[in-house]
Design a binder for this molecule. Structure first.
Ligand SMILES: [Zn+2]
Length: 151
C-alpha cells in the first residue's frame, strides 16, 4: 500500500475536486480485489447539502448496487481517517482493507475497523494533511458540522 496506488491517487484527486467545488476536501475510492476501481467520490455535504455523502459513502454510492462478493478483498482508500458512519458502512459491506491518507486531522473508527477484522493502513500523507488544514483554517464551522460537533 502506498501513495502511488491507483486507488489512493483517485481518492486524492477526488479530494481536490471537492476543494475546487468549495466543499470539504475529502475523497475516497473503492477498489476490488484485483485492483479495479469500483467507485470513487468526495464529500458532498456542502455541494448537495447532504447529511450522508462523505468521501467514503460517496464512493460506495457511486459504485452502485453490488453483490456481497464484489466487496470481498476490496480496499477503501480515503484521504482521512473514517468517521463512525463511514466506518460502519465499510463494516457493513465487509470491505477487507481501509487505507487512509492521514489521521492527524481527525481519528475516526480505526479501532472499530480492526476489531471487525478490517486491515487499517495509514499512509501519513502530508498532502492530505495540508488540504484539510487549509480547509479548517478557512471554514472551521463547516468542518465541525461535518463531524457532528460545534453549535
Ligand atoms: Zn464519514
Amino acid at each position: 500500500m502506498s501513495v502511488n496506488d491507483a486507488g489512493f491517487k483517485a481518492a486524492l484527486e477526488e479530494a481536490k475536486i471537492g476543494a475546487s467545488e468549495g466543499g470539504i476536501p475529502i475523497g475516497a475510492c473503492l477498489v476490488d480485489k484485483d485492483g479495479k476501481i469500483l467507485g470513487r467520490g468526495h464529500n458532498m455535504r456542502i455541494q448537495k447539502s447532504s447529511a450522508i455523502l462523505h468521501g467514503e459513502t460517496s464512493a460506495l454510492e457511486n459504485a452502485g448496487r453490488l453483490p456481497a462478493s464484489a466487496y470481498k478483498g476490496s480496499t477503501m482508500y480515503t484521504t482521512l481517517s473514517p468517521c463512525d458512519m463511514c466506518t460502519g458502512a465499510c463494516i457493513l459491506y465487509k470491505v477487507s482493507r481501509l487505507v487512509m491518507g492521514e489521521n492527524k486531522t481527525f481519528v475516526g473508527g480505526e479501532e472499530h475497523l480492526r476489531r471487525n477484522g478490517i486491515e487499517v493502513v495509514n499512509l501519513e500523507s502530508k498532502e492530505c494533511e495540508e488540504l484539510m488544514a487549509k480547509f479548517i483554517r478557512e471554514h472551521p464551522e463547516d468542518w465541525d458540522e461535518d463531524v457532528g460537533v460545534g453549535k
